[in-house]
Ligand binder design. Sequence first.
Ligand code: PLP
Length: 462
Amino acid sequence: MTQPKKERTLAEPFRIKMVEPLKVTTEAYREEILKKTGYNPFLIRSDDVFIDLLTDSGTSAMSDHQWAGMMIGDESYAGAHSWEHFEAVVKELSGMPYILPTHQGRAAERILYGILGGKDKVFISNTHFDTTRANIEFTGAQAFDILPPEAYDPELDLPFKGDIDTAQLHKLLKEYGASRIGAVIMTVTNNSAGGQPVSMGNMKEVRSICDEHGVLLVIDGCRVAENSYFIKHREKGYENKTYKEIAQELLRLGDAFMMSAKKDALVNMGGILAVKNEDLARQCTNLLIISEGFATYGGLTGRDMEAIAIGLQEVFDADYLHYRIRSTAYLGEHLRNKGIPVVWPIGGHAVYIDSKKLYPHIPVEQYPGQMLVCDLYQKGGIRCVEVGSVMFGKYDEQGKLIPAKNELVRLAIPRRVYTQSHIDFVIDVFDDILEMREQKTGLKITYEPPFLRHFTAKFEKI
Ligand SMILES: *Cc1c(COP(=O)(O)O)cnc(C)c1O
């Protein structure tokens, strides 16, 4: 993609009806906070954060229609009309007959991979998201990520860097044999690999490979609307389709579809599991009832289901999606113009910074990404997250770090929350980062849990 020509200021296609004040703090105050929280932004109180780019998950602002929908939520235990609304919208979108509501995405994953997983099983994905991998590994199964080598190059300008490597997929499926494969999982967009989109062509190819080998294809479609934007604008043959039609076509290629409603359903809590196969649906429903709730509400209230049903339609609005994707790109393009090494091209929900390039003198064992995350908080009260060796690193038998493939820092953009001047502020803070980058040393871990360590690990400055 070439740099787009100068565009008009991207005015948000909504206006503000309610405001939430933000606390302005000093750098000295924030330095103290970092020390107290062990340099882990997950442990900082949100009141102490000025601009929160930790995640786009569950941080969306709901619309007036969604809030109105909450008022007519039906809280009946069984067969609520809000459930019927939710079920109808998800069925129409996914084309799948069996719909299960869960309290968030990982609950859908725990149910599905609890059934498909197990000790000898293998899962193959373009990239497993961290909760996906954790839920799979928790069953004793293995999870392989197979992006094509060029997708790991953070600068190569390719339209669909979220695509899976189909040659490797063939090879792995042959090597393990269908009986050992739990599922092939396509994460759309590919969150942990830079929020990069997956092409329809790749999805179709994966579908036919799965058919050939007789294995299940699961679509993790947390950001399926954002992915549709990229398909419409980058893939031949989709120019005249609506975003929703593209999502419908894509999801119909899967055998199961899970989604965290906290992403593209524009709500603060919720998850969706949809499956094609009746027997699998029955097993999932049994687990849902044990751990989440009855089949017609799962982990959700009636008002949650109402808000999700409405959000899942709003998210395909052409003006919304244009604003959404362009405003993320706005941040990325401005940082790049300043000389900040960003993963290119810019993905859908976040801007990813290559911290190894920005802080080349900090070795990976000292977590340059985590250091950048802390610097952004200290300088601007900006909260974001490391997606590198803190999140994905492992240890060998000698306890030496096996680093992640990339040391990224993710600035995730909440949906419909911040204005362009907030984003301009973030861009300004990077001037401070550039100024002080030479004096940086890294961090060492002083505490870590066995799973998903980035959430609770503690660090010390070296
Ligand atoms: C957020 C996310 C999940 C997990 O969903 P939660 O609602 O956070 O439990 C799974 N996969 C992807 C790609 C995600 O982005």
